[in-house]
Design a protein around this ligand. Sequence first.
Ligand code: PLP
Ligand code: SF4
Length: 334
Amino acid sequence: MIPLSQAQWQTETWQEQLSGAFRRVEDLLTELALPTAEAPYELDFSPGFALRVPQAFVSLMQKGDWYDPLLLQVLPLAQENIASPGYSNDPLEESHANPVPGIIHKYHGRVLLVASPACAVNCRYCFRRHFPYGDNQLSRSQWQQALDYVRERADISEVILSGGDPLVSSDDRIEELVLTISEIPTVERLRIHTRFPVVLPDRISDKLVASLTSTRLQTVFVLHCNHPNEVGAALSERLQLLRQAGVTLLNQSVLLHGINDDAKTLCKLSEKLFNAGVLPYYLHVLDRVQGAAHFALSDTGAQALHKQMMEALPGYLVPKLVREDPRVAHKCPL
Ligand SMILES: *Cc1c(COP(=O)(O)O)cnc(C)c1O
Ligand code: SF4
């Protein structure tokens, strides 16, 4: 693929931008003026979990910087292939909480609906990097079955669209899904967990905003943003549309060694998010997925950072520091 100049991709639709995403390590590095021969670490040019990163996200990276915190989240490294003890392919044991295809039901009152098997970006630390998405790519009748599962359980008051990334689905599909969910009388809230707008802000299309705001459901939009450099002007502008329409905006981050594991970066992230109308919700410690061990921090390191945040910020800008335990029915505070 020949990467487009910045001016070109900026006039494309979000679908065009998505299909024009970088998929080859060589192309990405060329765009960033990083000669592969000078790499300070060993790269993986044909990774099992593919490279995928849209131009809009690349435009937020610093050219010539091998240690750019956005680049390191997406660049495949050879060390991902080293097996690490204590790390697994399904660290959250989600395959056990998968009662029907497309549904993950572990917590009281809310279910995850795997609305799309793909993402707009492939994050190297992803705990779902080995998830059998193929089996969760739903046919029409499976969709029916997943929605029946929700319909038959009156105690489910919240449906969480997750993935993959739910915003990979088309605007029409999301509109239809929101409508169908809103017809289940016991469901009160719709939540969307997404990293898509962080890597491609134009995904917050006018049509998406309309779907999320012209429903009786209360809508909560949880962004996945890890570093203050990810909160650019384009993202802030598009988020305003959701905010003005009354959507609750939250953020969750993953604590990543070499990316955001210092208090100054984390505090700046909280402040930039708040400036964009987003409240910090969770700060997750890394799930122990094979291939991501080099991003891990010790628990004591994580706790120390969290304490520094509490000392520096108002309480509402300090996310909850949590881990996911497959045996516990809620996120566990550290
Ligand atoms: C994280 C998660 C949720 C949502 O948990 P909240 O604490 O409500 O944000 C729901 N279901 C599953 C399976 C989850 O992993
Ligand atoms: S966007 Fe989320 S689910 Fe998709 S690869 Fe990144 S971390 Fe994983």
